[in-house]
Design a binder for this molecule. Structure first.
Ligand SMILES: [Zn+2]
Length: 64
């Protein structure tokens, strides 16, 4: 796991509604692209985008 991946994991979380949320602004992110290696999410609130490697998806924290 490289440094970029660990950053992506920490900037997003799974919400109880099943969507990826941006940790910084607690807003739902939309999936903008996907390929065999990673998913790309865009935050509707701050327009930041996060690239999440597929291998890291299961390591994303789940909101409680
Ligand atoms: Zn955001």
């Amino acid at each position: 796991m490289d440094a970029t991946a660990s950053v992506a994991i920490e900037t997003v979380y799974w919400a109880l509604d099943g969507g990826i949320h941006h940790a910084k602004c607690s807003q739902r992110m939309v999936l903008t692209a996907r390929d065999s290696q990673e998913l790309s999410f865009s935050c509707l609130a701050c327009t930041e985008s996060v690239r999440l490697p597929l291998a890291a998806v299961t390591r994303v924290a789940v909101a409680t």
